[in-house]
Structure formats: structure tokens, C-alpha cells
Design a protein around this ligand. Structure first.
Ligand SMILES: C[S@@+](CC[C@H](N)C(=O)[O-])C[C@H]1O[C@@H](n2cnc3c(N)ncnc32)[C@H](O)[C@@H]1O
Length: 393
């Protein structure tokens, strides 16, 4: 496929967006040496007073802004030529996907889908988890009437926001060929590490299934009583064939494969165990929201100058320790061939532990500067992250 075919493919995508059965489009990823203005653009049709318009949502890490365009005024060609590596356009019945490789080679594909157009205006406010879903009652988040218990609202929101990120991240990774497309015969293998009461584990299972993604979910927690409780809930819900729980240490689990690994607040170095488990097995997509950290903080004896102006204050020392820990975790993942981002997955009012490390294994070659950057960081602070040992670095 050459330049001419790229132009033809872009025109076909543009026309698909203007059709009456247009469902959604996503532009994401970055072409080599190009810098689109936004990290990602999502398009969808919306019904407003004066008729149907296209809602364009621009995402930049934490921030999202939206603007509506008349179909005739939509600057789609401008978006599609601004440097995105992946462009997905879905109409009712057909998905078009264009991927532009690092070398600039375009790969255009089309496949069938069973989507229907949804014109409801504010999709962002849509609840992902129906409070009356029996799983929420079974796990103890909702009461017998299907109302979220006041004491569980924060956990419910954490799970929901975690899932809100999981689906688009997963879809992008599938589109980009980093995660294989799940089928009924070979469902998506998702592992939740340090699953505890399994609010997220069950939530991911239910939500992915509702989205039409076949799944096989495993929840791992060291506590046998969690395993027994969660397996009993799975039985009650009649979903024990596609979700199961094990009482195992993350670092010694009998599970050896996954397409997606998740962890929500796996305590202290259990997050390092989770990262190491996923990296050492080449899990292609990981979403980890770390919990409390003690590893690096306890190693920092003397801060390199002039950083003592921060570390002399307890609260700042603690926060800096958290940031250094997570930065080193991310860098170690980068050195293992992952593309890694830190994102705020939920507002701080629901949990102070609201940072998520999201990583996709791309296998990109590791640049020498990144190795040097990691080494200079650990030597400057005089620390050795526990994760380094688990990754044999
Ligand atoms: C703070 S809870 C979070 C539970 C759950 N992910 C959630 O967000 O509701 C952390 C869980 O990790 C488990 N855990 C801690 N260290 C572990 C390890 N090394 N292996 C397996 N599970 C571990 C604990 O038993 C606990 O249930």
C-alpha cells in the first residue's frame, strides 16, 4: 500500500463518518516524527435540538474537552492527517481500521460488527455498572434493593472508573494488534492480582461480557477466605465457568498466562509482585493502581542536594517517595518493552491512591538513554527498587 492507497483509505474513512449509520470513530497513537495536537480523538453522532451532529471529544491524559460539529463542517481530514497511527471508524455492520506502521506503511482492514447507532447526548455520564446488577449485591456493594450502600460508594466509583479506562484501552490494544482479538473459543484472559473482595474482578467480568467480549477471569489473593467467599459468589451468580479465584501469593501463583493483568491497590510491594508477574510473562496489557509504598521511602537515608528541602518535611518526603517508586516502576516497565503512562483514574475525593500505571507491551527497542536515565536516578537517590530484583535487573 503506497501513498495513493493511503489517500484512498483516508477518504473512505472520511466518507464513512458522514454516513447515516455512523456509530463511532477513534483516532489514537502517534505516527513516527509526528505530534498530533491531542492524545486521542473520539467521534460519535449525537441528537441535539437542531438535528444530528458529530460530537468530537479531545483527550489529553487527564483532560477531555468536547465540541459538536455539523456533519458538513467536521474537519475529519484535518484530524486524520495530523499524525495519528490508528484510525478506527465503525458504522452499523462494518468496522474500518487503518494502522500506519513506524515506517509509514498503511495497513487498512475491514471487518463485520453488530453495532447499532446510539444518539443519546451525554454518554460520559452513563453509569457503567447497573446498581441493580445482582453481582453488586452479592459482593456487598449494593443492598437488597439494588442501591449502593453509602459505605461502599467510594469503592463502587473506583471500580467503575477503573473499568471506564479498561475498555477503551483494551479496544485500542486489540486494534493496534498488541492484544489478540478474543473469541468465544479463546476468550480474553484477565487476571486480577490481589483481588481481595473481588469488587473489581466481578465488575470486569460482568462489564466485559456486557460489552460482548468473551472473558475468562481469575482473581488471585493470598487469603483463602477471600477465595472461598468469591468462588461461592461466582456459583450463586452461575458464572463459575468464566470466573474463578485462587488463594495464592502473586509471586508464586500457578497462573502463567494472561492477556490483561489488573491490580487495584495491591498493598505495598504486592504491586511490584504484580508488575513482575506480568512483565516476566510478557502480558501485553496491564493496568495497575498502586497502594501504599514503603520500599523506596525506607531506603532514602540521605536525599541528594538540594532535595533535602523537600524530604525534611514528613508529608512531602512520603509523597516524593511514592512518586519516585512509581517513576522507577514505570521506567523498569519501559526498559522491558512496554509503552507506559501514569494517569489519574479517579478524583482524589474517592481515594488518595488514584494514580494508575497503564502499560502496553509494544516490544519497542529500548533506547540507551532510557537505561542511563534509570541508572542515574537510582544512583542519585542511593536506592534499588524491589522490582528491579524481581525483573533480574
Ligand atoms: C487493599 S486490598 C485491595 C483489594 C481489591 N483489589 C480492591 O481494590 O478492593 C489488597 C489485597 O491484596 C492482597 N495481597 C497483598 N499481598 C499479596 C500477595 N503478595 N499475594 C496475593 N495477594 C496479596 C491482600 O490480601 C488484600 O486482599
Amino acid at each position: 500500500m503506497g501513498d495513493e492507497e493511503l489517500v484512498t483509505a483516508l477518504e473512505e474513512l472520511r466518507l464513512a463518518v458522514t454516513k447515516e449509520d455512523f456509530v463511532r470513530a477513534v483516532l489514537s497513537g502517534r505516527r513516527r516524527n509526528m505530534q498530533p495536537e491531542h492524545e486521542r480523538i473520539d467521534l460519535r453522532p449525537v441528537q441535539i435540538k437542531d438535528g444530528i451532529q458529530i460530537q468530537v471529544s479531545y483527550s489529553d491524559g487527564r483532560q477531555m474537552t468536547s465540541k459538536n460539529f455539523l456533519v458538513a463542517d467536521l474537519p475529519f481530514a484535518q484530524f486524520s492527517q495530523s499524525g495519528y497511527a490508528n484510525i478506527l471508524v465503525e458504522n452499523e455492520g462494518e468496522t474500518l481500521s487503518l494502522r500506519i506502521s513506524k515506517k509509514g506503511a498503511p495497513l487498512f482492514s475491514r471487518s463485520k460488527n453488530s453495532l447499532t447507532r446510539d444518539l443519546s447526548h451525554d454518554k460520559s455520564k452513563k453509569r457503567l455498572l447497573d446498581a441493580s446488577d445482582p453481582f453488586l449485591r452479592e459482593v456487598g456493594i449494593a443492598d437488597a434493593n439494588g442501591v449502593v450502600k453509602p459505605s461502599k460508594i467510594d469503592k463502587y466509583k473506583q471500580v467503575e472508573e477503573f473499568l471506564r479506562l479498561l475498555i477503551p484501552t483494551l479496544n485500542d490494544a486489540i486494534e493496534a494488534g498488541h492484544v489478540r482479538r478474543p473469541t468465544v473459543e479463546a476468550p480474553l484472559r484477565l487476571v486480577d492480582l490481589g483481588c481481595g473482595h473481588a469488587y473489581l474482578t466481578f465488575g470486569a467480568h460482568q462489564y466485559l461480557q456486557a460489552e460482548g467480549i468473551p472473558v475468562s477471569v481469575v482473581g488471585i489473593d493470598v487469603r483463602p477466605n477471600s477465595r472461598d467467599r468469591n468462588n461461592a459468589i461466582a456459583q450463586n451468580l452461575g458464572i463459575q465457568k468464566s470466573i474463578r479465584f485462587l488463594a495464592e501469593e502473586i509471586s508464586a501463583t500457578s497462573v502463567n498466562e494472561a492477556d490483561v493483568a489488573i491490580a487495584l491497590h495491591a498493598c505495598d510491594t504486592a504491586t511490584d509482585d504484580s508488575i513482575a508477574w506480568a512483565v516476566n510473562r510478557g502480558v501485553p496489557l496491564t493496568l495497575f493502581a498502586p497502594c501504599c509504598h514503603h520500599d523506596i521511602q525506607s531506603q532514602i537515608k540521605v536525599a541528594p542536594e538540594p532535595w533535602s528541602m523537600m524530604t525534611r518535611h514528613g508529608i512531602m518526603r512520603e509523597r516524593l517517595g511514592d512518586l519516585i517508586t512509581d517513576s522507577l516502576r514505570m521506567q523498569l516497565m519501559k526498559l522491558a518493552g512496554y509503552r507506559v503512562e501514569a494517569i489519574e483514574f479517579i478524583g482524589g475525593e474517592h481515594t488518595p491512591r488514584n494514580l494508575m500505571i497503564r502499560a502496553v507491551k509494544t516490544g519497542a527497542p529500548v533506547e540507551k538513554e532510557e537505561v542511563e536515565r534509570y541508572q542515574s536516578m537510582i544512583s542519585m537517590w542511593g536506592v534499588l527498587p524491589v522490582l528491579a530484583g524481581k525483573l533480574n535487573r
